[in-house]
Design a protein around this ligand. Sequence first.
Ligand code: FES
Ligand code: FES
Length: 165
Amino acid sequence: MITLSVNGRDHSVDADPATPLLYVLRDDLGLNAAKFGCGLGQCGSCMVLVDGAPVVSCVTPVAALEGRRIRTVEGLGTADDPGPVQRAFIEEQAAQCGYCIPGFMISAQALLERTAAPSDAEIRDALHPNLCRCGTHMRIFKAVRRAAQAMQTADAAGTGQEDAR
Ligand code: FES
Ligand code: FES
């Protein structure tokens, strides 16, 4: 048994230690936001946050994750109460097919948690590991900029979410 902390909850998982986290999230925990794209660590569609850093879950064995804080897009907000990154992606209509979007949201969340007011170059750099085959990069870029502004405004007003989700 391996215990994983995902979105603030502990889960005991009966899995081979070499199993990629992505499979456990989707098949055992029913968390389907992270997507299988390449399975090779090259597209970013499977990204999750591990201790605040974006990690490609398709090539990360669960054995490496005990005691680490895992967050997925499901932990960034809900359909009724989207988090600031999710809200910005909706408002900018950043998705075409949507397959890549959870990975982009994870990269954006990680960036904005470590850099409240990123430059355009820093946004581009943070999104570099993520691929979008539909070519919606400019809308995604605008969504991240919008999320940064919204989070700064919320912080200035003292209404930011303390745990930044
Ligand atoms: S599915 Fe993990 S990086 Fe492509
Ligand atoms: S919106 Fe289709 S792959 Fe990015």
